[in-house]
Design a protein around this ligand. Structure first.
Ligand code: NDP
Length: 483
């Protein structure tokens, strides 16, 4: 098999197998070919992974931060040196075009590791003068953190979670989605090659039940999940019972508001990126595109023209710009949303059918005249389906954009920068763009409000979510006691 790893799990610095676990077949979405066969973790595997993380964490936390950073930095070099090989594996695992995985997935993961490798040694506490006495604070790691990933950016998600966790002295057990289990195993192997002590980063495979076992284990201090809102609710509730820290990166139905003074080509380019990149399987996508009435028809005509030039095909061909969806289930789901759009009276501008490049392809699809109550304007589709809604006034656009349970992302296109800031200031979203969309540099916090999640990944803000503050009061004189 093309991408068979040495074993299903990576625990305590070594490959680990337990063939008693349920079989997981990994398929390449480009052709449906089985590329690896793994086993889900049994309770014994889950236990071994957490025990190994617990053992390794104390020494790792005691290591000088700059030394931890150096190991992470070596991992970055390995990832960059093997960029082509890793991108190839990511394309096999996800079906995303190689032209995406070469620039977006592992490269973004490497940026996160590089950023936190440099940041961790700069973290210090405070000294608080109190007259004669004083206090100081120490920023400590949480302990064993569990990372649970979605299937759309599997390796990036593993790196985004590992980087802030490990750099600050935590250990991690990571469970990828069972649909895309391969990249995280590579990361575990690379960390060992970079000199990371055994047990600091462990990978176990499995479905939701394995995620649930990890997130309820009393030895675990934190759970960081990237997944859907329903899964987030379950994991958050389970974590709450154990008083664990959480980061929740969940789904969205984000608004992208385009005013009639916007640079039309840029706005269209952004709307396409915000709906068709990774075949639309991106949490922060701007899937509700609000276009001001004055430019609506021009916008739609040019959008249809540019969408018609998107090159769909073999994900391993460097010329391919658009790949298949991840699974047959996802294909059925996306096609049923397209049917709903037609049924509920949205105007189909382009696409609207399965693609003929393979069984999991869906044409890049644009619906216009979408209203706020239509299903395709309310639910996360996670496929290449853009809903264009029109609006007249700024106030109306803001109110309608906010009329959703989700709050992951939002974007505004306008030539009037004062308006750009004013509108963004009123949008209920954690991650926003003005005259850009879906750029997520590691230097910028990434996260959500409302049902789309809590906590932040990337940037200095992530440090808050992987450390806790210890306060130490130091008495410098005799104790003044009333007794
Ligand atoms: P799911 O919510 O189905 O799964 C996410 C992960 O959680 C998987 O590894 C899954 O395992 C696991 N899981 C499922 N049930 C439980 C449970 N009870 N306890 C612990 N873990 C569990 O999401 P998808 O994988 O389908 O990914 C798509 C979703 O992810 C979309 O909603 C998307 O918006 C969101 N997403 C959010 C991002 C963000 O940063 N905000 C980024 C990327 C995606 P298994 O798959 O094996 O069932």
């Amino acid at each position: 098999m093309k991408a068979q790893p040495k074993a299903s799990h990576f625990i305590d610095g070594k490959w680990h197998e337990d063939s008693a676990g349920e079989v997981i077949e990994v398929t390449y979405p480009g052709t449906g070919e089985v590329i690896a066969r793994l086993h889900a973790a049994t309770p014994a595997v889950v236990d071994a992974a957490i025990a190994s993380a617990e053992r390794a964490q104390k020494d790792w936390a005691r290591m000088q931060p700059v030394e931890r950073g150096r190991i992470l930095r070596r991992a970055v070099d390995i990832i960059r040196d093997r960029g082509a090989e890793l991108a190839h594996l990511e394309t096999l695992d996800t079906g995303k075009p190689i032209q995406e995985t070469e620039v977006a997935d592992w490269p973004s993961g490497a940026d996160a590791l590089e950023y936190f490798a440099g940041l961790a040694p700069t973290l210090t506490g405070e000294t608080i003068p109190l007259g004669g006495d004083f206090a100081y604070t120490i920023r400590e790691p949480l302990g064993v953190c569990v990372g649970i990933g979605a299937w759309n950016y599997p390796s990036q998600i593993a790196c985004w979670k590992a980087a802030p966790a490990l750099s600050t002295g935590n250990a991690m057990v990571f469970k990828p989605s069972e649909i895309t289990p391969l990249g995280a195993l590579k990361l575990a192997e690379i960390f060992i090659e970079a000199g990371m002590p055994a047990g600091v980063f462990n990978v176990v495979q499995g479905r939701g039940a394995v995620g649930a076992a990890l997130s309820t284990d009393p030895r675990v201090a934190k759970v960081s999940l990237t997944g859907s809102v329903p899964t987030g609710e379950k994991v958050y509730a389970a974590a709450a019972a154990g008083m664990k820290h959480v980061t929740m990166e969940l789904g969205g139905k984000s608004p992208l508001i385009i005013f009639d003074d916007a640079d039309l080509e840029s706005a269209i380019g952004a709307a396409m990126l915000a709906n068709f990149y990774s075949s639309g399987q991106i949490c922060s996508n701007g899937t509700r595109v609000f276009v001001q009435k004055g430019i609506k028809e021009r916008f739609l005509a040019r959008l249809a023209e540019r969408t018609g030039t998107i090159l769909a095909g073999d994900p391993l061909d460097p010329a391919t710009q658009f790949g298949p969806l991840i699974t047959a289930d996802q294909h059925v789901k996306v096609m049923s949303y397209i049917a709903k759009g037609k049924e509920e009276g949205a105007r189909l501008i382009c696409g609207g059918a399965a693609g003929n490049e393979g069984p999991l392809f869906v044409q890049p699809t644009v619906f216009a005249d979408v209203t706020d109550s239509m299903t395709i304007a309310r639910e996360e589709i996670f496929g290449p389906v853009m809903a264009v809604l029109d609006f007249e006034t700024e106030e109306e656009a803001i109110a309608r954009a906010n009329d959703t349970q989700f709050g992951l992302a939002a974007g505004v296109f306008t030539a009037d920068l004062a308006r750009g800031h004013r509108v963004i200031g009123q949008l209920e979203a954690g991650t926003c763009w003005i005259n850009a969309y879906n750029l997520t540099p590691v230097e910028m916090p990434f996260g959500a409000v409302k049902a789309s999640g809590l906590g932040r990944e990337n940037s200095k803000a992530a440090i808050e979510h992987y450390t806790q503050v210890k306060s130490v009061y130091v008495g410098m004189g005799p104790v003044d006691s009333p007794y």
